[in-house]
Design a protein. Structure first.
Length: 256
């Protein structure tokens, strides 16, 4: 762990960081996170529940609540199925219970684009719990190619244009790497993950949790960019940008 004393971060700025949830710990992250989960017929039922175990373990890394991180889930096969919105479960215990109560409902096809479109247009709305000036993150998990790759890429692009940061996880041997990259944000090395099977999801749990936290931190940096550009304090912004870059790409802590 490297510790840096950043002179440009005075107590007022440091409190701004705290208010925005900018720390290296997932528990302090503030975000709205939606999981978009494959439930097509190609998935063996026990693997669907392994997928849910992975989601539950990721959710454990965050402090859940209306002033912290919120989680929503939608599954998809031939059609999308809303499991719950962001504002449905206000604490970790209720969220974990809700995830465990989700049941497998296989669809005949893999309509990934429909689920992404629904996630972007319906789940990230104020009425369903989405908050202004809070990072919006979606995680798409699938074990195969979508039925319409053009529709999927178009839906993902529209979601990204709305400010939603997309991760994509491919499981098994039948997914299309190019399609995963068309779904996820860039760079692919930070937003696209692949594993051999659903049991192996647990092997990337810690890495994915860290990447998600770093991604949320980076989104917060964008908010700070807008804040300081409005204030026209360019030198201070450059200093803070440097600080955030250190945190994002290394095991680093800042002190005021």
């Amino acid at each position: 762990m490297h510790v840096y004393r950043i002179q440009c971060i005075n107590s007022r700025i440091f409190h701004l960081f705290s208010d925005l949830g900018i720390t290296t710990e997932c528990q302090d992250s503030i975000a709205d996170v939606v999981f978009v989960l494959d439930s097509s017929a190609s998935i063996w039922e026990p693997d669907f529940y392994r997928q849910l175990d992975f989601v539950e373990n990721i959710a454990k890394q965050f402090k859940i609540g209306p002033k912290n991180t919120q989680v929503g889930i939608v599954t998809f096969g031939e059609y999308h199925t809303l499991r719950f919105h962001l504002n449905k479960y206000p604490d970790t215990k209720q969220l974990q219970k809700a995830i465990r109560q989700i049941r497998f409902n296989p669809g005949r096809s893999t309509n990934t684009g429909d689920a992404i479109n629904y996630m972007a247009k319906e789940m990230f709305t104020a009425s369903n719990g989405a908050r202004d000036d809070v990072p919006r993150v979606a995680v798409v998990i699938t074990d195969g190619e979508s039925t319409d790759s053009v529709k999927t890429a178009k839906a993902a692009r529209a979601a990204r244009e709305l400010g939603i940061h997309l991760f994509a996880i491919g499981v098994g041997k039948r997914f299309d790497r190019q399609e995963l990259e068309s779904i996820a944000n860039e760079p692919a090395k930070e937003y696209v993950f692949t594993v051999d099977n659903y049991s192996a999801l647990q092997k990337i749990l810690k890495v994915f949790a860290v990447k998600t936290c770093q991604g949320i931190l980076y989104i917060h940096y964008l908010f700070i960019h807008l804040y300081f550009m409005k204030k026209k304090t360019l030198l201070k912004f450059i200093c803070i940008y440097f600080s955030l870059t250190l945190i994002r790409f290394g095991s680093t802590r800042i002190i005021a």
